[in-house]
Design a protein around this ligand. Structure first.
Ligand SMILES: NC(=O)c1ccc[n+]([C@@H]2O[C@H](COP(=O)([O-])OP(=O)(O)OC[C@H]3O[C@@H](n4cnc5c(N)ncnc54)[C@H](O)[C@@H]3O)[C@@H](O)[C@H]2O)c1
Length: 352
């Protein structure tokens, strides 16, 4: 079987994770790179020995019709256009999270995938962790009963990555769209993908404009030395689903906490589970309250989750596996995020 030819659009930080995983997949060939920043493009080409280098995606797609699939790893504002260009050229697309800037853009992307008969997958990489798989096993075996409440936390004390991540015009928002998206998707996925019906949210931006670069020199401004930071520092929301369950989510780039923290907690009629930093389960047995721990720890390995995601995408391209539900989940996420930002603006509950 011939290898599928992969192009990367957006050759920054996260493209390295995609590249490493594609290289480990025997069914792929890294074929071409595209980045609007010529320096980044040239460096990436030299590093990976790729010589088909383009600063214009349309030109690349025109000149290299043999490309099979594209990873879109640009900043968020370019996801929609870069994805739709590739879909219209009949390429399968793996688009990084968040799927788009808002739900309207996500709908256009799904429409383009359907019209062109190609695959569109969103990079919900946390789904591929061993910890997630273990948790799902427990849920599927009925250990939690009916899940009625969940908490998802992704808090950083001083962790805006800088550059375009803090600039709304390129990112679409702050920690909610960057970090919250991971944990909201994870909870929804573990709950069996219920549909959101309403959202009450709030965002805060009182401390983000401090000079965080002094404290974290490694957070160099990305995207042409952007120094504007106009996204929220912190977001919190209550999301109600059509099965009656409620998710409480909180995400921050800047917040006065002791240290960064992240966790997923699910509460059901038979048991509760906490994930991150470790798997813990709370239940009842024979009239006693019991805490259950795994004798062998399961965790989340960054390389492994990207390998899982890329292998899944490549397999879908080669064996014509339907991944449309993952794009639909990307759209659902964008609807939730739109509603949180809208609720924060209006200070009212938003019905989806
Ligand atoms: N899955 C994860 O855990 C994870 C982690 C980090 C980032 N991300 C996502 O990956 C994406 C990229 O993040 P990053 O940290 O790599 O950013 P980055 O700034 O390091 O890289 C983005 C690159 O995209 C390029 N670009 C922008 N518009 C383009 C266009 N129209 N055509 C071609 N290239 C274009 C920029 O020049 C830049 O080199 C973001 O959507 C981010 O949310 C995901």
């Amino acid at each position: 079987m011939s290898k599928i030819k992969i192009a990367i659009v957006g050759c920054g930080n996260i493209s390295e994770c995609h590249l490493k995983a594609y290289k480990n997949n025997p069914n792929c060939e890294i074929y071409a790179f595209c980045d609007i920043d010529e320096k980044t493009l040239m460096e990436k080409g030299a590093k990976h020995g790729v010589t088909r280098l383009y600063t214009d995606e349309e030109k690349m797609l025109r000149e290299l019709p043999e490309i099979d699939a594209v990873s879109v790893c640009t900043w968020n504002a370019a996801h929609k256009d870069c994805t739709i260009k590739a879909l219209k050229a009949k390429k399968h697309v793996l688009c990084e999270k968040p799927m788009a800037m808002n739900s309207k853009e996500a709908e256009e992307m799904i429409k383009a995938a359907k019209e062109n008969g190609v695959k569109l997958m969103v990079g919900f990489v946390r789904r591929f962790g061993d910890d997630t798989k273990t948790l799902l096993d427990f849920i599927n075996c009925g250990e939690l009963g009916d899940i009625y409440y969940a908490k998802a936390t992704y808090l950083r004390r001083n962790g805006c990555p800088g550059g375009w991540f803090g600039y709304k015009a390129l990112s679409g928002g702050g920690p909610l769209i960057d970090l919250g998206v991971h944990v909201i998707d994870l909870v929804r996925y573990l709950m069996g993908r219920p549909n959101p019906v309403s959202v009450y949210g709030a965002t805060f931006d009182g401390i983000g404009k401090r000079d965080y670069l002094k404290d974290k020199p490694q957070y160099k401004a990305r995207g042409g030395n952007i120094t504007v930071q106009d996204v929220e520092d912190m977001a919190t929301a209550l999301i109600r689903f059509d099965n009656g369950a409620v998710l409480s989510v909180e995400a921050s780039f800047n917040m006065h906490i002791k240290k960064d923290e992240g966790s997923i907690q699910l509460y059901g009629t038979k048991g509760g589970i906490k994930l991150d930093p470790e798997f813990e389960m709370y239940s009842e047995k024979n009239g006693y309250l019991v805490d259950i721990n795994l004798s062998k720890k399961v965790g989340m390995d960054f390389d492994k989750i990207f390998q899982g995601e890329i292998n899944y995408f490549v397999d879908a391209c080669i064996n014509d596996v339907d991944v449309s539900s993952i794009a639909e989940d990307g759209l659902m996420l964008m609807k939730i995020l739109d509603a949180v930002y809208e609720s924060a603006r209006t200070k009212k509950e938003v019905v989806i």
